[in-house]
Write a protein that binds this ligand. Sequence first.
Ligand code: FAD
Length: 265
Amino acid sequence: MLLDVSHLGAEFVKRNFRGMVLRCRDVGYDLTRAPVVVSPTAHFLMGGVHIDAQCRSGLDGLFVAGEDAAGVHGANRLGGNGVAESTVFGGLAGDLIADWLADAPNLPYHPPQVDAFIAKCMAPFRRADSDSVKGSASNSVYPLRERLRELMWNHAGLVRDAAGLEVARAGLAELREQWSRVGCGGGLTYNLAWMDYLNLENHLDVCDAIVACALARTESRGSHYRSDFPQPDAAGVHNLLLTLDGGAPRRRAVRFPRLRPGQAA
Ligand SMILES: Cc1cc2nc3c(=O)[nH]c(=O)nc-3n(C[C@H](O)[C@H](O)[C@H](O)COP(=O)(O)OP(=O)(O)OC[C@H]3O[C@@H](n4cnc5c(N)ncnc54)[C@H](O)[C@@H]3O)c2cc1C
């Protein structure tokens, strides 16, 4: 796929898209005068942690802001609003956290929960020494990460349908099972393979949530496009809320306290 903006004139392109011109030049393209190769990519995650207007999550003491939070942009984000969101909500969260810390309660601490979490993080080191995983392809996190990317791009990407999303759901379960057999060598310091192993579980959690919600959203709205349900749901606008306990996504109607979509201000 090619993007050609040369008809705008080199001076105009240079003046208005300076950063893009420089980035293209770095990789051998002249955006001002010739077509450049482009491709779609994951640009923004519109789902995320459910927060209130004070950036509070459902967990005491956990504040969330920016792209990790959900709901600010609805089903579609306008170009340029990502950094604005992070700046506005990041500033807000910082101020609110400072206030909260002034008389923060002592949050409950459960040693068995901490021990279980440490044991889970350390598990790949024990597996690395096990003969059953030594040298096997499933012993490395990187092929799994690559397969996760492919699975999500092919079956939970820009255009989705139930059949593809079911393939993604089954593939994710398989990858999670393989992830639980990965081993990591090396020590605890600056161990990138271990970090990528720990991150991969988070990626799997997020992908599970994306697929479960995409399956439950039997409509197309904003950038959530289901080819088997190409129209928006006439029953109205809803959010989907999911908890990590494996339950199904819950529908929650969006409230419009000031203006409804399409209503003039
Ligand atoms: C290619 C691309 C172009 C974009 N262009 C625009 C644009 O033109 N305008 C616009 O408004 N938005 C744009 N966006 C979106 C915008 O950049 C993001 O929405 C915004 O930067 C999100 O900010 P954030 O602070 O929430 O998260 P991030 O900027 O992602 O910051 C999260 C930080 O946390 C760090 N981190 C992650 N895990 C850990 C960990 N375990 N421990 C410690 N640190 C960790 C990461 O390294 C990172 O520095 C673009 C996004 C992409 C991908």
